[in-house]
Unconditional design. Sequence first.
Length: 369
Amino acid sequence: MTNKIKTLIVDDSLVFRNMAARSLENNPNIEVVGTAVDAFDAGEKITDLNPDVLILDINMPRMSGKQFLTRLMAECPIACVMVTSSDADERELLNLGAAAFMKKPNSSEEMRIFGSTIAVKIIAAAQKRVSPLRRAVKIAPPAPSAPPPSAQGNRFGRVNPIMPSALELSGVGDKGRNGYMVALGASTGGTDALECVLRAFPKDMPPTLVVQHMPPVFTKMYAERLDKCCPMSIKEAEDGDRLTNGVCLIGAGGYHMELKKDARGYFVKCYTGEKVSGHIPSVDVMFESVANTAGNKAVGAILTGMGADGARGLLKMRNKGSFTVGQNQETCVVYGMPMEAHKLGACKEQHPLESIGAVLCKALSQGWK
C-alpha cells in the first residue's frame, strides 16, 4: 500500500486506547491518527482527522457503539471494526454495517497477537465499499448527560459553568423579543465547551445559533443530547426554522447556516455548497450573517477549535456593534480559532470557559459599549 490507512480508536477505556495504538504503531500500512473517548468526541475527531477506519468499542457511555454504528451507516458511513470485552452477536453487528468484529484481549497470549490480528481486520475493512444503509431503523435517543464534574483549571477536562446571577439574568428573556440574539462557534473540544456555555443559559434565553464542526450524523445526535441536559430547547437546524426565545439551533453537518430576518422575525437559511474557511458548516458564514442581520443586537463567542474559522466573522460582528467574546487560552483544548480571532481584534473580551455563559447573559441584561 502506498498510502497508510488512517485509523481512529474510539473507546472509553484509556488502557485499551493506549494498548491498541501501541500495537499498531510499527505497522507499515496503518497510521493511528487519533483516539476518542465516546461517540461525541469521535464526531469532532472525524471532522479534523478524516479517518478511513474506526476501531469502535461496543460498550461506551452516552451512546453505545451499536447505536453509533447504526447512525454512522445511515448518514456518514465509515468502515468500522467493532471490539468488545464481552460477548456480542457478530452477525447482528455485520447486519448493522460493521466491516469486522473481534474480542478484546484478556490474556497475555491474546495480547501478544492482538496487533497483527486487528491489523488484518483494519486492512480488510479499508478495502470494503461502505455505503449508507437504505432502511429505517428506530434508535433510542442518547441518555441524558450527567452534570459534568468540576474541572476548572484543567484545559482537557469538562467544567461546571459559572451560573449567571439574578441581576445578570434580569431582562434577558425580554431582549429576545426586542431582536437580540446569540451566536456561538466552536470546533475541536467544542462539544463539551458548548454544553458548558448552554447549561448556563436560562430557559427563555434570546434565540441562539451554534456552529460546531461535525459531519451530518453527529450534529443531530449532539443536538438531541444537549436538548436533554440544557434549559433551552435545542435542535438541529432545518431550512426555514424560526428563532424565538428559548430556542437554540445547531447548524447541520454538510450545510451552511445563515441568520435571516423578515416581518415575523428571525429564521435560518440552510444550504449546501463549497466549504468556507475549510468547513461546512462554517462559523464564518454564520457569524457574518449575524453581523449583517442582527448587528448591534447580537452577542457572540468563539470557543476552542483548530484553525481560523470564525475569526473573520466575529470581527465583522464586532465592527457592526455586537458584543464579542473569545475563550481564553488556558481553558481551550485547542487555542486556534479564539487565538486567530484575538489577533484580528475580533474579541472585545476574553474569558475562561466556565464564565462565558454568565458574561453573555450579563451583556444582554446590562448592555455594552
